[in-house]
Write a protein that binds this ligand. Structure first.
Ligand code: MRU
Length: 341
C-alpha cells in the first residue's frame, strides 16, 4: 500500500480521514493545499508528513517564481508548510533541508532542484524503513512473539514498510509473529481505522483492543514487546509520540514488558535536551466530543485534546534508527548513534 503519489502537477494523497471504509484520493495542486492536507490529517505520520511537505515545497518554488519577489514568495510558502503541524519534527527538517538546498541556486533552477530533493527524501525514508525493520526484528527474540502497537506507523504513515510496523512485518516475514495487538488510539482512531486495516490487508494476525484493555492484557502475560514510532526525540532520548504512548510505557515497565521505539534519524531534534521542551499539538476538542461526526458527549462539555505525549528515556529499552540501535537510551548513546546535530 502506498498512501501518496507524485504526478508532476499533482500530489495525490490517500485521504486518511476516510479510511478504512472509503479509499478516496485527495489531489493537491498548490502549497496551500498540501499545508491544509497536513493540518487536517488527510496525510499523517511523521515521515510521511515530511515527504508531503517536501513535495509541497515544489509547488512553493513554482508559485514563488511567478511573483515579483521570488525569495520572499518562497519564504512565505515554506513558512506555511512548516507551521502546518507543530510536533513531528520531520516536517521542520524537511522544510529547512529544502530551504538550504535551494539557497545557493537561482530561482529559475528551484523547481527542478526542489523536485529532485523531495524525491531523494522519499527514497531515503523508504530505505530507512527497510533497514530499521531488520535491526528491530533482530532484537525481538522468540518463535511466537506477541506485540502491542499504538497509532499507525506503517505504509500509511511513511513512504515504506513503516517504522514500528516495519519491525512487526519483518518478525512476521520470519514466521515468528504470533499476534499483534493494535490499540484503537483514541480520539482519532489511527489504530482501529488504519493499523487494523493495513495489517489485515497484509494478512498479519492482528487483534483490535482499546487502550483501557492494555493493563489487563499485560497482567495476563499476553504481550512480549510494545513497539511504537515517534514524532520527535530529544538529545537525551525522550520520545514524543501519539497520546497514550506514555501510558503504555508506564504499564510496560510495571509488568516487565519490553518497550521499543522505531524512528529514523530525521525524527531526532538534537537542539532539544528534555522532552518537556517539545511543543505538543492541541487539537479541536470536538475530536473527543464527536466520533466520526456523531456526538458522543454533551456538545458543550469542556474537553482537553493533546495529540501527543512524552515518554521519558528511562522507560524505553531501545530506539531503533537506520544508523543503529540506541540502547540503553541516554544522551551518550544518542550522540554515538545519531550524532550531535
Ligand atoms: O497525529 P498522527 O497520526 O500524525 O501521529 C502519528 C504518530 O504519532 C506516529 O506514531 C508517528 O508519527 C510515528 S509514524 C511512522
Amino acid at each position: 500500500m502506498q498512501a501518496w503519489e507524485w504526478r508532476g502537477e499533482v500530489l495525490r494523497l490517500l485521504d486518511q480521514r476516510r479510511l478504512p471504509h472509503e479509499q478516496v484520493w485527495l489531489e493537491c495542486r498548490d502549497t496551500a493545499g498540501v499545508a491544509e492536507a497536513i493540518e487536517m490529517m488527510a496525510v499523517r505520520g511523521a515521515p510521511l508528513i515530511g515527504v508531503a511537505a517536501a513535495f509541497g515545497a515544489v509547488f512553493a518554488t513554482r508559485e514563488a517564481m511567478a511573483t515579483a519577489d521570488p525569495d520572499q514568495g518562497l519564504r512565505s510558502g515554506l513558512s506555511l508548510l512548516r507551521a502546518a503541524r507543530p510536533t513531528a519534527v520531520n516536517l521542520m527538517h524537511a522544510v529547512d533541508g529544502m530551504a538550504q538546498h535551494l539557497q545557493s541556486r537561482a530561482p529559475s533552477a528551484w523547481p527542478a532542484a526542489a523536485l529532485e530533493w523531495a524525491q531523494g527524501l522519499a527514497a531515503r525514508e523508504q530505505a530507512n524503513n527497510t533497514v530499521m525493520a531488520e535491526y528491530g526484528a533482530a532484537l525481538v527474540s522468540g518463535e511466537a512473539v506477541r506485540v502491542l502497537t499504538h497509532c499507525n506507523t506503517g505504509s500509511l504513515a511513511t513512504p515504506g514498510v513503516g517504522t514500528a510496523l516495519g519491525v512487526v512485518r519483518a518478525v512476521h516475514a520470519e514466521g515468528r509473529l504470533a499476534q499483534v495487538y493494535a490499540d484503537e488510539t483514541r480520539p482519532w482512531l489511527q489504530g482501529a481505522r488504519l493499523t487494523a486495516f493495513e495489517l489485515q490487508q497484509d494478512g498479519l494476525p492482528v487483534t483490535l483492543i482499546c487502550e483501557g484493555m492494555v493493563a489487563s492484557l499485560m497482567a495476563a502475560g499476553r504481550v512480549d514487546w510494545v513497539i511504537v514510532g515517534a514524532d520527535r526525540i530529544t538529545a537525551r532520548g525522550d520520545v514524543a509520540n501519539k497520546i497514550g504512548t506514555l501510558m503504555l510505557a508506564v504499564l510496560a515497565r510495571h509488568y516487565g514488558v519490553r518497550f521499543m521505539v522505531v524512528a529514523p534519524t530525521s525524527t531526532f531534534d538534537l537542539a532539544l535536551e528534555q522532552g518537556r521542551e517539545i511543543p505538543i499539538e492541541e487539537r479541536d476538542p470536538d475530536e473527543l466530543r464527536r466520533l466520526q461526526g456523531v456526538a458522543v458527549a454533551p456538545a458543550d462539555v469542556p474537553a482537553w485534546n493533546p495529540a501527543f505525549d512524552v515518554t521519558p528515556a528511562e522507560l524505553i529499552d531501545c530506539i531503533i534508527t537506520e544508523r543503529g540501535v540506541v540502547a540503553p537510551v541516554c544522551a551518550a548513546a544518542v550522540r554515538s548513534v545519531v550524532g550531535s546535530g
